[in-house]
Design a binder for this molecule. Structure first.
Ligand SMILES: Nc1nc2c(ncn2[C@@H]2O[C@H](COP(=O)(O)OP(=O)(O)OP(=O)(O)O)[C@@H](O)[C@H]2O)c(=O)[nH]1
Ligand SMILES: [Mg+2]
Length: 370
């Protein structure tokens, strides 16, 4: 091998080494560039964790919201009743002055709310006189005056449930009303409330007309923790209630809640039967301190006719107005109080045990107008 061949080999080796060196550098550069890419990819993906966490948190918050959502307010549950009045109020307020259309609109709204023709006329008559005398000149003053007049018809009436202490026997509260009005349900709810107040309660299943009535009452007795006395189906309602009072007296129970039927066999007069129930209930040691007439708000003015019959027969002391949650006829409260002269003491706003509340006129009027 001569010198020139040797230098050729060295040259080739040097070129090969150079090419190898360049490719190693290129590869490692590419690798070096690739690393931040992967890291970026990872960094780009990292927000997924917080996103997932937020979703979990959202789910937890939602779940908690479902669980601890406050019960619907009285105002919410009176949404239907409010719908009959609030539209007209808005439209009256929207006008620049008080004119014929104002009166027509208000009258229609009051009748739709079922306050009854007499109450509507007396409310509007008084307002018309004040407008004529220029005491009221703007729609806002007119609506304020209507609201005040409606409030003053309800405020000031005593709505306490009568309970007398030291009468030598149990207080007796009778539930009366047409079938389906909500007597048994309301009785169950009242039992729960009275027991929560610390009173002992016995239910007397005076509705012997319907086979299922006693069962329904037993379920409420279990739910509320009350005692119960039941009679045979088709038996004499008065004697079941009498037995209930005796039993309560012997066990020192404070309060007998007596259920009655809303209808009887066609050959029996319900009002006669209820008169007898009331008479017989007081034959023992107890005293009837409340007769609660249960009226279904959705029946409106029709319910009023039936109410009169019950009032005549049993000396009703208070009204339980049920199903106000599903009725646009909230105005019936005014008709009941002015036409029958009986205070609405409790209102039913749903089917569960807590859905019977003491009637609060201020809250009621606020709900109707706002
Ligand atoms: N939405 C709503 N439903 C109610 C209310 N009160 C009662 N109800 C329902 O009205 C229905 C009739 O109620 P009951 O208590 O059985 O009526 P009742 O007057 O005892 O009927 P009879 O025993 O047949 O005379 C039931 O489905 C109750 O759940 C209320 O305030 N709101
Ligand atoms: Mg019943």
């Amino acid at each position: 091998m001569n010198n020139s061949s040797l230098s050729m080999i060295f040259l080739l080796l040097a070129i090969a080494g150079l090419v190898f060196g360049i490719s190693v550098v290129a590869v490692s550069r590419r690798k070096a560039r690739a690393v931040p890419k992967i890291q970026r990819a990872v960094t780009e993906k990292t927000p997924i964790a917080p996103v997932l966490d937020t979703a979990v948190v959202d789910a937890v918050v939602l779940d908690a919201a479902v669980q601890i959502a406050p019960p619907l307010s009285v105002r919410d549950r009176l949404a239907k009743a409010r719908s009959s009045l609030s539209g007209a109020v808005g439209s009256v307020l929207g006008r620049g002055d008080i004119n014929d259309a104002t009166w027509i609109e208000l009258e229609e709204a009051l009748l739709r709310a079922d306050v009854g023709v007499r109450v509507a006329q007396s409310l509007l008559g008084a307002l018309q006189a004040r407008v004529k005398a220029k005491e009221i000149t703007t729609p806002t003053q007119l609506i304020d005056a209507l609201r005040n007049n409606m409030s003053s018809q309800l405020i000031g009436t005593s709505r306490d449930l009568n309970f007398e202490a030291n009468i030598g026997g149990p207080n007796i509260w009778l539930m009366v009303g047409v079938n389906g009005a909500g007597k048994t349900t309301s009785l169950g709810k009242i039992a729960a409330q009275q027991i929560a107040l610390g009173r002992t309660v016995l239910m007397a299943a005076g509705d012997t007309f319907r086979a299922a009535a006693g069962e329904q009452l037993s379920t409420w007795a279990e739910r509320s923790g009350a005692q119960i006395v039941r009679g045979a189906e088709g038996g004499d309602p008065s004697s079941v209630i009498f037995d209930g009072v005796q039993s309560a007296h012997s066990r020192n129970i404070d309060l007998v809640l007596a259920d009655t039927a809303g209808r009887l066999q066609s050959n029996t007069n319900l009002m006669e039967e209820l008169r007898k129930v009331r008479r017989v209930a007081e034959k023992g040691a107890g005293k009837v301190t409340e007769v609660l007439l249960v009226i279904d708000a959705t029946t409106g003015q029709n319910g009023l006719q039936q109410a009169r019959q019950f009032t005549d027969a049993t000396q009703v002391t208070g009204v339980v107005l049920t199903k106000l949650d599903g009725s646009a006829k909230g105005g019936i409260v005014f008709a009941i109080e002015t036409e029958l002269g009986i205070p609405v003491k409790l209102v039913g706003l749903g089917e569960t045990i807590d859905d019977l509340v003491l009637f609060n006129p201020t809250e009621f009027i606020d709900a109707l107008f706002e």
